[in-house]
Design a protein around this ligand. Structure first.
Ligand code: AMP
Ligand code: MG
Length: 329
């Protein structure tokens, strides 16, 4: 078998065709290069093990191109697992979830769980999306060899064992994904990676690390978006940027409102929908949640004043930053 390295522009149609015919293709991800096959085709997945010389009792990770694909692979997905996926996907993390019956044993090595990853590399995303099915993939190296972080690494190791390698340049992360088992009582890191135990603890409250230690978040839920209104919200660093953003969003057809203290828009020309937070920071603190409630019921988009970090300003901003997910303009 001849092995070729091709760009996604040159090779996409051929690569998708190979996957549809139950064959294997190497594709780049932000962690390492992967050796992929249709995750729902047990026969195709077996070719991965043959090409790698990998023992069949070592499970593979299913790679998806959209969060909604989780439903094809997993069942009983907990809120904690959803929070982790929302926070870190697409990115260098694999979550272990309870498998759906549609996932063949070749992928899971007969376990009742399945590893799922949503890579961020644009070539991986484009390729998997075009295939229209999740791709089961381990690293694209022969068993016991070093994981490849360039197309050339793959070529040197796997020449003659795989028909096609999609070129994606050097992998930005460079080590395999963090694996976190979300089926355990306490979410457990099975393999450390670029998403660290502290990052996971911040979302989950606590997590068992690779050494079996329980890591508790310094401030639980710090990164979690609490108190969030149901519509989008941004913080404007000045009254001018607030009015500009207001006009921009209105032009897009979004009903927009500014949340600010009474004097905020003084000196700015124009008529704006405004929810008045009062005169002082104390007023604003008292009114902020009510204003968010009112705004989310009537509007599509909220622009909020920046209260700074002095005195009560810092306390108000703590809540506003959570509501806005830290978005500033
Ligand atoms: P690789 O990235 O080539 O090392 O292959 C994927 C790795 O993911 C496996 O070696 C396992 O360590 C891990 N993995 C995949 N699925 C599961 C699962 N259901 N439970 C635990 N670990 C898994
Ligand atoms: Mg590997």
């Amino acid at each position: 078998m001849q092995t070729r390295i091709v760009s996604i522009q040159q090779g996409l149609i051929e690569a998708v065709e190979l996957i549809k015919n139950g064959d294997i293709v190497v594709f780049p991800t932000e962690t390492v290069y992967g050796l992929g096959a249709n995750a729902f085709d047990g026969g195709a997945v077996r070719k991965i093990f043959e090409a790698k010389g990998r023992p069949m009792d070592n499970p593979l990770i299913a790679h998806i191109a959209d969060i909604s694909w989780i439903d094809k692979l997993a069942v009983d997905v907990s809120d904690c697992a959803k929070a982790v996926m929302n926070e870190f996907m697409p990115g260098p993390i694999t979550v272990i979830l309870k498998r759906s019956k549609d996932v063949p044993d070749e992928v899971t090595a007969g376990l009742d769980s399945v590893g799922i990853r949503f890579p961020s590399h644009p070539v991986a995303r484009q390729f998997i999306m075009a295939c229209g099915v999740p791709l089961a993939a381990p690293s694209a190296n022969t068993s016991t060899k070093i994981s490849p972080t360039s197309a050339q690494h793959v070529f040197e190791d796997m020449q003659g064992r795989v028909p096609l390698i999609l070129q994606g340049g050097a992998c930005e992360v460079g080590i395999e994904s963090t694996i976190v088992d979300m089926t355990a009582d306490i979410p457990t890191i099975l393999r450390p990676g670029a998403i660290t135990q502290d990052m996971l603890a911040r979302v989950l409250g606590k997590v068992k690390n690779y050494d079996g230690q329980i890591i508790v978040a310094k401030a639980p839920g710090m990164k979690y978006k609490h108190y969030a209104p149901s519509c989008e919200m941004v913080v404007a660093t000045s009254a001018e940027s607030a009015s500009e953003e207001y006009i921009r969003q209105n032009k897009k057809g979004l009903a927009t409102v500014i949340l600010a203290k009474r004097d905020y828009l003084e000196g700015i020309d124009g008529v704006f929908d405004l929810i008045d937070l009062g005169e002082s920071d104390e007023d604003a603190m008292r009114n902020i949640y009510a204003a968010m409630h009112e705004a989310q019921n009537k509007y599509d988009y909220i622009v909020c004043q920046d209260f700074g970090q002095d005195g009560l300003g810092a306390s108000i901003m703590n809540r506003i930053n959570k509501a806005s997910g830290g978005k500033r303009i």
